[in-house]
Ligand binder design. Structure first.
Ligand SMILES: NC(=O)c1ccc[n+]([C@@H]2O[C@H](COP(=O)([O-])OP(=O)(O)OC[C@H]3O[C@@H](n4cnc5c(N)ncnc54)[C@H](O)[C@@H]3O)[C@@H](O)[C@H]2O)c1
Length: 248
């Protein structure tokens, strides 16, 4: 087991990629704090982990809110005693053109997709630094942060921010033995904000198929475990190779 007796916080663990990360971490021996704004979704994941013999607890919260984040981190430490791993998985998309997106929509997408990673990273990072034994933080980015998007504006700006937030967090937290990295997914499971997954949907990547949420979870496990002990500040593409392709 790669995370035996470690405490892991996974945000947005109520479905799709976050759900599979929480399940895989629990199967690898972690005590998992399932954080989600949607209580029924989170409760379903916790029940599933417990039914399989794993350890998990639900912490409902809006991770874009500093008060919620401080309270959740305190509650996790109260329940499990420490935090060893944080996965910043929550995001929402705007799917809008610059002429159509409102100021409020821009602010909400930036707050949920980018600011939440800063807030969780700060509060969990402080806790890890206090513990003195280090930790790992994994931010979930997107290929949208590495290219212009005709159908999403704030989301691609926020994910571009995630790529460099990851590098700066890595540089600032390395002296505290906290390793920070990111994965960069593309077309994995259902689209962000959606429930439906069509595994037969044609996708123009090298794998010629969409990714499974479990495939993202395995990459996150690598970054959360000692297997990645020399990896710092990386943006690891888990995208079926689409970012490496010549699409002309
Ligand atoms: N699905 C993809 O194809 C894909 C592609 C690229 C990147 N990603 C990234 O992977 C991550 C997960 O994506 P997904 O498709 O699994 O997302 P999803 O929309 O399926 O699930 C997100 C979860 O986060 C929760 N959530 C939303 N706002 C929240 C908030 N403010 N506070 C707490 N919880 C909140 C939702 O209730 C939901 O359970 C995201 O960072 C996303 O940008 C996904």
């Amino acid at each position: 087991m790669k995370l035996k007796n470690q405490v892991a916080v996974v945000t947005g663990a109520g479905r799709n990629i976050g759900e599979e990360i929480a399940k895989l971490f629990a199967a690898e021996g972690a005590k998992v704090a399932v954080v989600d704004i949607d209580r029924p979704r989170g409760a379903r994941v916790v029940a599933g982990i417990r039914a399989g013999g794993g350890e998990a607890e639900l912490f409902p919260a809006d991770v874009s809110n500093g008060g919620d984040v401080a309270a959740v981190v305190a509650a996790v430490v109260e329940r499990f005693g420490r935090i060893d791993v944080l996965v910043n998985n929550v995001a929402i998309s705007d799917n809008k053109h610059i002429f159509d997106i409102s100021e409020e929509e821009w602010d909400r997408v930036m707050a949920v997709t980018l600011k939440s990673q800063f807030l969780m990273g700060k509060h969990v990072g402080l806790q890890m630094a206090k513990q003195g034994t280090g930790g790992r933080i994994i931010n979930i980015g997107s290929t949208s942060g590495f290219m212009g998007r005709s159908r999403a504006l704030a989301y691609s700006a926020a994910k571009g921010g995630v790529a460099n937030l990851t590098r700066s967090m890595a540089a600032q937290l390395a002296p505290h033995k906290i390793r920070v990295n990111a994965i960069v997914p593309n077309k994995i499971g259902s689209p962000v904000g959606k429930d439906e997954f069509d595994p037969t949907r044609p996708v123009p990547n090298m794998a010629k198929r969409p990714g499974q949420p479990q495939e993202a979870a395995k990459a996150v496990l690598f970054l959360a475990s000692e297997d990645s002990s020399f990896v710092y500040g990386a943006n690891l593409f888990v995208d079926g190779g689409v970012s490496a392709m010549d699409l002309s």
